[in-house]
Design a protein around this ligand. Structure first.
Ligand SMILES: [Zn+2]
Length: 148
């Protein structure tokens, strides 16, 4: 199935020259990496929201989840599972937020798909819940009719 996009190299999963995560994957920029499998690496976020805040980054470049192949996305989340397991077994983390910002408007700063795993502890004061928005039934039904 063809995929649209302007980053032709990225569309094929090849490294993109100015992408910081492609450089970290290649090892030309250092990172605090502690996990690697055939498809992803996991390393500590340079600006952690909490101790152990980790980024899981596919080795192949794609921007959005809808740009990745099913296999790329599956393997990315298998990596997330394994990294979360490492955080639990080694750091004793039993609660996490797993976040994926998709697109600039959603706060995706690096245009290379990545998953944040943020360990949480009781009383850490972090808030990631979106605000409540009331929507009327006709609006909800209109959206639903477009999606079906
Ligand atoms: Zn990249």
């Amino acid at each position: 199935m063809p995929r649209k996009g302007t980053e032709n190299e990225g569309d094929r999963g090849n490294p993109v020259p100015d992408c910081i995560f492609c450089k970290i994957v290649a090892g030309t920029i250092p990172s605090r990496k502690f996990y690697e499998d055939d498809a992803v690496i996991g390393f500590l976020d340079i600006n952690p929201a909490a101790p152990g805040h980790t980024l899981v980054v596919p080795k192949q470049h794609f921007k959005l989840i809808v740009d990745g192949t099913e296999e790329q996305v599956q393997k990315a989340f298998i990596g997330v599972r394994n990294v979360a397991g490492r955080l639990r077994s080694k750091l004793g983390c039993n609660a996490f937020n797993i976040l994926v910002n998709q697109g600039r408007e959603a706060g995706q700063a690096i245009e290379h798909f990545h998953v944040h795993i943020i360990p949480r502890v009781e009383g850490d004061g972090m808030r990631v819940n979106p605000p409540d928005r009331k929507m009327k039934d006709p609006e909800m039904d209109q959206i639903l009719s477009k999606l079906r």
